[in-house]
Design a protein around this ligand. Structure first.
Ligand SMILES: *Cc1c(COP(=O)(O)O)cnc(C)c1O
Length: 382
């Protein structure tokens, strides 16, 4: 009898391709640049590690299985993954992207891809009418981040896919924030999923990684072409670390999800917190879409506090939360987007969107939630 494995089991057993004479349980770190051919006319599975490496392949098979894609490709950072995925778009073609994007993606699109002849429009994709209005003859791609970073705007993936495919347009989703444990863009029709594996997939704030997951064989082969041509693949050691992280993805996400829910509700009781951006609130814009397309809310909360002084005091006084960039790891972090992730966004645009000097972004970790709440309490009021 074949057991159809569920997600938690797939995180450990999706890829059964460890074949070595020792019967190793965990995939060994196959630290080799090249592979010896078995004969002149014999086709070998591996030839050179830029094309493929057993440790990386094992991880790629796992991620492809978790996302429900045809194939996944692992890169040395999320930005390399996004860059490779953008190679499918040619000069003269047009892209519609979520305006509240990860700062690095925005920089790549505006400062590199645009310079190389790709046209962009950035809009709030949570309103599908905004997207529909921008579709042109040369539109090739709709690029989504949902929930967005840091404003937590939620885009209805399925409706965007319907609109896009009717017009022969590809849809990419950056699934970093929710991971396939909660949100499965490919099941909703998306063509390519990208990830910063640095975040929840790796989960320990110790390794950079990125993924491109292709829904179909054709897209997978295109990605593979650019991947082997450009380089930037994930190293065997880092592949091992991300694979190890993924084994505990569901239990980390469960804890993070619970902790974030409790913290967001605690923050609601603090008069000095003026605004909370959290998709888990019933009355948050996009909540209905989140419960439709995601099994969880994730661990990201943005807040606007009453003054710049208080924002700085919180960053200075937190003892368990760390004032550091990044997100998605076991350790709880706080960032100041104005100075960090969104420093490159023009001031006027930042202010218009509410990413001002009172705005903080929290990535909730797996610590005891009462300790985390106590920490915020003393930092806010102490
Ligand atoms: C961090 C991040 C990236 C970039 O990934 P790196 O691994 O830092 O290169 C892309 N998208 C999102 C949503 C991110 O949070």
């Amino acid at each position: 009898m074949v057991i159809v494995m569920r997600f938690e089991t797939l995180c450990l057993h999706a890829d059964k391709n460890i074949k070595d004479e020792w019967g190793t349980l965990s995939m060994p770190i196959c630290q080799s640049a090249t592979f010896v051919h078995k004969g002149v006319d014999v086709e070998s599975e591996y030839s050179y590690s830029r094309l493929s490496n057993p440790t990386r392949r094992h991880l790629e098979n796992t991620v492809a299985s978790l996302e429900g894609g045809y194939a996944a490709y692992a890169f040395s950072t999320g930005m390399t993954a996004i860059n490779v995925a953008m190679m499918l778009i040619k000069p003269g073609e047009h892209v519609i992207a979520t305006d509240d994007l990860y700062g690095g993606a925005l920089r790549l699109f505006r400062k590199v891809n645009e310079r190389n002849g790709i046209e962009f429009d950035f809009v709030d994709t949570s309103d599908i009418n905004n997207v529909e209005k921008l579709i042109k003859k040369n539109t090739k791609l709709i690029y989504l981040e949902t929930p967005s970073n840091p404003l937590m705007q939620v885009t209805d993936i399925k409706r965007i896919v319907e609109l896009a495919h009717k017009n022969n347009i590809l849809v990419y989703v950056d699934n970093t924030f929710l991971t396939p444990y909660y949100q499965k863009p490919i099941e909703l029709g998306v063509d390519i999923v990208v990830h910063s594996g640095t975040k929840y997939l790796g989960g320990h704030n110790d390794t950079l990684a990125g993924f491109v997951v292709a829904k179909t064989k054709e897209l997978g082969e295109e990605i593979l072409f650019y991947s082997k041509t450009i380089g930037g693949q994930l190293s065997p050691f880092d592949s091992f670390l991300i694979e190890r992280g993924i084994k505990t993805l569901p239990i980390r996400m469960d804890r993070i999800n619970d902790n974030a829910y409790k913290i967001a509700n605690y923050l609601r009781t603090e008069p000095k917190i003026k605004k909370i951006y959290y998709v888990g609130f019933d009355d948050f814009k996009g909540h209905e879409i989140i419960i439709k397309q995601s099994k969880g809310y994730g661990g990201m909360i943005s807040i606007e506090v009453e003054s710049e002084e208080l924002a700085k005091k919180i960053l200075k006084d937190v003892k368990i939360f760390q004032y550091a960039e990044s997100l998605g790891g076991v350790d709880s972090l706080i960032t100041y987007p104005m100075l960090q992730t969104h420093a490159d966004v023009p001031l006027e645009e930042r202010n218009r969107r509410g990413i001002n000097n009172r705005f903080l972004r929290i990535s909730v970790g797996i610590e005891n939630v009462d300790d985390l709440i106590e920490d915020l309490k003393q930092a806010i009021n102490g």
